[in-house]
Design a protein around this ligand. Structure first.
Ligand SMILES: N[C@@H](CCC(=O)N[C@@H](CS)C(=O)NCC(=O)O)C(=O)O
Length: 97
């Protein structure tokens, strides 16, 4: 990011009009899961957004099992690869902050 982009991002974030959308990432989650809430809280505090799949909705749990082999949430899909474990997901997302 050059300095002009950094300034624009900081300005828009300050105005509360921008969330950074991370392309190529999908978070599988469910609202009742405390580990998912930890990840969602980190995303909210840092104004990160990404594609989300609630595993209580039809089809999403099957997709998670197919991609990652486990039905555990949270799970972050990074270019088709599954990353389980909330702490590891947060460490990964932190690289975008
Ligand atoms: N150590 C994991 C724990 C995740 C976890 O236990 N998630 C629960 C929901 S709260 C789950 O998906 N359980 C189903 C399973 O493990 O098969 C993390 O921090 O992400």
């Amino acid at each position: 990011m050059n300095s002009q982009e950094a300034f624009r991002k900081a300005f828009l974030k300050d105005k509360g009009v921008m969330k950074m959308h991370l392309e190529g990432l999908t978070l599988y989650y469910k609202n009742t899961c405390p580990y998912c809430q930890k990840v969602l809280g980190f995303m909210a505090r840092n104004e990160l957004s990404l594609d989300m799949c609630d595993i209580t909705m039809p089809g999403h749990l099957d997709n998670l099992l197919r991609i990652g082999g486990k039905n555990q949430v949270p799970c972050l899909i990074i270019d088709g690869e599954a990353l389980y474990e909330s702490a590891d997901i947060i460490t990964y997302l932190d690289t975008f902050v």
